[in-house]
Design a protein around this ligand. Structure first.
Ligand code: TRP
Length: 593
């Protein structure tokens, strides 16, 4: 990073850039800029000392964007009001303190924001920011606002739960299913990263939910495109191709594709699908990014002249001299048509130098879930699957024995019926004796340590039999989640030719096992109807899985670097995705949208 112009006044710079870009967007006649300039003067300021704003790569707390919408172009400013202290909670408080003025001066409507504020703005905030705003400067000089909140406010592991609860709060809970499909690979690869609300009357307010897709494929994105009304997989793929220079397959640059589903009012059917392509991670410099922007406009059929004019007016350095002035080029579809948006970073603090393209982009901060087996295990231990929205909704609603019974029946179907056989396959096929030693110990535990009456399968069957009276009618549909997970486990442990896949899966099996057992333990302790004998399996497992998790760390340490680690991590990820999908399926079964 090269230090440039941080000595200049940020507010003055922002006002200057808005003045320069404005004629491109709205034409040259006396621009009614007063409200925009008044806003900028009041809110744009450097961050608190020691605070790193996430708004831009160089931590400048503002970003401009020009959207070419079906009904015309639009100029917007994303800004982070500085907190008194360098914390997300403090930043959120400072931004909130601005609300009365936004209401008073600009007619902002904060009803929806107030509904979800308790979820996203806790006193102990664990996210990267509290509350951002985007100002939309309209042609007539009026200003509208959007608010952005951080789903990681209660930690990354709780992001899905936080968003699902917020949707419930807003009357959108039936829309969660679509969001879950967008984030289907779970929190490591598909984290929920932003939650935005229009600060307008609730009936018209859009709620947008953002999922950052790491290592996505074109197929993932095409599937995402079908989640919203008017979605167009081919148009989306053409855009991604134009802005990455990659034709098909995996999009593995350091930065994720940031996708987003938009809802209107309390209608649970998404009306908008957007993908923000991080062009800076693919194009070696901004001159190339500009060419790709042009290509994207051609592909979409939208008019690119406004964006090109704005980029030229905005640029304060040669485009080939750096990377990141254009952080994203996005594409969205609604029933009304397509929209391509150009994002512009001011580089007030730093300019990132040109780089080698898709492989040479800036490295992401803390890419999950780690590069070694122990790191991956640690990540999943720290981000428990027990925070999955299905389990959390179960825990917050009145105790429902049929649902608990259904989980157990599905576990039985997916896991316990076949687990020792599957594990034995991996034990037999690994050629690493240390690994085999640890796995064989676990296998022996599963099989009752030589006592056939004490196999975990039998204990579990007894447990499930005790729950059968509460279970709903068993059909193919009620066992579908288990069938799907079972098929994946069979593939990982038995069918996959490389046994390191099964070793990786085992690492996570034990971590997830411990997390779900202790979750279920808490749920069963909410009732007093079941005899202790039925609960034997649970208490036994709660203890045993604790030991197993320690063993799992030992096991992870024994996986050699290089190929075995690479393959084992694939097994970890495959099981992580399958486990998350299992609970997504359970959610659908329990609360059909
Ligand atoms: N800089 C952050 C990021 O890259 C946040 C952000 C700013 C962003 N503008 C954006 C994210 C546009 C997606 C799209 O993630």
């Amino acid at each position: 990073m090269t230090k440039t112009s941080s000595s200049e006044n940020l507010g003055a710079l922002c006002a200057q850039l808005v003045r320069r870009v404005w004629p491109c967007v709205y034409g040259a006649d006396p621009p009614p800029l007063d409200a925009a300039l008044e806003l900028i003067e009041r809110v744009v300021a450097p961050p608190a000392p020691g605070w790193s704003s996430l708004v831009s790569d160089d931590h400048t707390p503002i970003e401009l964007s020009i959207a070419q919408r079906p009904d015309g172009p639009e100029l917007r400013l994303l800004f982070e009001v500085p907190g008194a202290e360098a914390t997300a909670a403090s930043q959120g408080r400072a931004a909130r303190a601005l609300l009365p003025w936004l209401v008073e001066r600009f007619g902002a409507d904060t009803a929806r924001l107030e509904q979800v504020a308790p979820l996203f703005l806790p006193d102990e905030h664990e996210g990267a920011f509290g509350l951002w705003y985007a100002a939309i400067f309209a042609r007539d000089g009026s200003v509208r606002f959007k608010a952005y909140l951080d789903p990681h406010a209660h930690g990354r592991a709780r992001a899905a739960e936080t968003v699902e609860r917020a949707m419930a709060e807003l009357g959108l809970v039936d829309g969660w299913d679509r969001v879950a499909r967008l984030a289907a690979r779970g929190p490591a690869l598909d984290p929920l990263t932003f939650f935005s609300l229009d600060l307008v009357a609730p009936e018209a307010a859009r709620t947008k939910i953002y999922v950052s897709k790491h290592d996505a494929t074109f197929d993932d994105l095409r599937a995402a495109a079908t989640l919203a009304e008017g979605g167009d997989p081919d148009a989306l793929a053409a855009h991604v191709r134009a802005v990455t220079g990659i034709e098909e397959g995996l999009l593995s640059a350091a930065r994720p594709m940031v996708t987003c589903l938009g809802f209107v009012g309390d209608d649970p059917h998404p009306r908008q699908m957007t993908v923000h392509v991080p062009v800076r991670a693919y194009a070696p410099n901004d001159a190339v990014a500009r060419d790709w922007l042009t290509r994207a406009f051609e592909a979409s059929g939208c008019d690119g002249s406004v964006a090109r004019c704005a980029l030229e007016a905005f640029a304060r350095r040669p485009l080939e001299g750096g990377s990141g002035m254009i952080p994203y080029v996005s594409h969205s579809t609604t029933g009304a048509g397509r929209c391509v948006t150009l994002y512009l970073a001011t580089e007030w603090l730093d300019t990132h130098p040109p780089h080698g393209g898709a492989q040479g982009g800036a490295s992401p901060d803390g890419r999950a879930p780690g590069r070694t087996a122990p790191e991956a295990v640690r990540w999943y231990a720290d981000n428990p699957i027990a925070h999955h929205p299905f389990l959390q909704r179960l825990a917050r609603e009145p105790l429902a024995m049929p649902r608990l019974a259904l989980i157990l029946l599905n576990f039985q179907h997916a896991i316990t019926n076949e687990f020792s056989r599957r594990l034995a396959h991996t034990v037999a096929r690994t050629d690493n004796e240390a690994v085999r030693s640890i796995l064989a110990k676990q296998l022996n535990d599963e099989l009752g340590d030589g006592d056939p009456t004490q196999t975990h399968r039998l204990l579990f069957d007894r447990f499930v039999d005790g729950m059968r009276p509460y279970a709903p009618e068993i059909t193919e549909q009620t066992l579908a989640p288990g069938a799907r997970l079972g098929a994946t486990l069979e593939a990982l442990y038995v069918d996959e030719p490389n046994p390191w896949i099964g070793v990786g899966a085992t690492l996570l099996m034990e971590v997830f096992g411990q997390q779900t057992d202790s979750f279920l333990g808490d749920q069963f302790r909410r009732q007093s109807e079941l005899p202790e004998s039925v609960l034997l399996w649970l208490s036994l497992h709660e203890e045993l899985e604790h030991d197993h998790v320690d063993e799992v760390f030992a096991l992870a340490e024994h996986i050699p670097e290089g190929e075995p680690t690479r393959i084992a991590l694939q097994g970890v990820q495959a099981l992580a995705t399958a486990g998350w999908a299992f609970f997504d399926d359970m959610y659908r079964l329990a609360w059909p949208a």
